[in-house]
Design a protein around this ligand. Structure first.
Ligand code: BG6
Length: 286
């Protein structure tokens, strides 16, 4: 293991780090938002969708990759005065540690409260995002600590944009039997499709959906989560995509967000308490 910090590269005009274990897998993380913009398992193609029109700039969210959502999800609270999807994805994080092993590589980035976050949200917080890559596997772990005197509720998510060959031909297994809220149609329903198919726009929050499998031709991608019990399934579909400045008109056809989230029941951290949530992606076949 080596703990020295490697030189940063530039991606989307922002400082970034590429982690590469000797097995040929790699991931690239921006300091902006601690945003993973690329993940290639050993011997396989890119697994994440990054919009060719994505912009990474202070105060802006990158379209694609893995945005880190904290402490509010979308505009659902717990503090609705915050920017949509919270504060973490639009701020510059600090690279804290890089570890290079024989069979994995790992980087940890940190974000602490400062004057600009306290102007929006008057709480002390410490966030760590640890990205580990190994052969066919990506682990993304978000850790939150409350170093301050007040108790605060929060929502969190790893808003993963998966690259897909064609949205209309992929299947997502593991949602059947899960209760979901449909953000487009309203109401709550129980999913009864063992293999969910997609035709265009979708925006749903599934409860207790922590073991999913994406099937995309011969590709099998396991999507697992720990302490992030909800799965948000999102695609803007053709009409909304056409209105998004940072997406190509046909971008919706080659992406599907499968987000590991803690949103239906926000968490709470008292003074000196900590919380950790994780999403793991494993490419079972390419
Ligand atoms: C999803 C939400 O998580 O993110 C959608 O469920 C939202 O409602 C989407 O449209 C994208 O949000 P944003 O802020 O990145 O455009």
């Amino acid at each position: 293991m080596s703990d020295s910090l490697p030189p940063l590269i530039e991606v989307l005009g922002q400082p970034a780090l590429k982690i590469q274990p000797p097995d040929g897998s790699e991931a690239t993380v921006l300091l902006h938002g601690a945003h993973i913009v690329s993940w290639k398992p050993a011997g396989a193609d890119e697994q994440l969708y990054l919009s060719p029109h994505a912009v990474a700039a202070p105060g802006q969210a990158v379209r694609g990759g893995v945005p880190v959502i904290f402490p509010q999800f979308e505009q659902r609270g717990p503090d609705v005065s915050l920017p949509r999807h919270g504060l973490a994805r639009t701020r510059t994080w600090k690279l804290d540690e890089v570890r290079q092993g024989r069979d994995h590589a790992q980087a940890t980035l940190v974000l602490n409260d400062d004057d600009s976050t306290r102007a929006w949200w008057p709480h002390a917080f410490h966030l760590e995002l640890t990205v580990s890559v190994s052969r066919e596997r990506l682990d993304v772990e978000l850790h939150a600590h409350n170093p301050g005197p007040s108790t605060w509720p929060f929502s969190a998510a790893l808003h993963t944009y998966l690259a897909v060959s064609d949205l209309t031909t992929v299947r997502l297994q593991g949602l059947d039997g899960c209760r979901f809220i449909d953000n487009l149609l309203g109401g709550e329903t129980i999913e009864d499709h063992p293999e969910k198919r997609f035709h265009g726009e979708i925006d749903r929050i599934y409860a207790q959906a922590t073991n999913l499998l994406l099937r995309d031709g011969p590709r099998r991608l396991a999507i697992e989560s720990d302490n992030l019990p909800d799965a948000v399934i999102w695609n803007p579909g053709p009409d909304k995509c056409a209105d998004m400045k940072d997406m190509p008109v046909d971008g919706w056809q080659t992406m599907l967000c499968v987000e590991a989230a803690r949103v239906l029941e926000p968490a709470t951290l008292g003074p000196d308490e900590s919380w950790t949530g994780r999403q793991t992606l494993i490419l079972l076949s390419a």
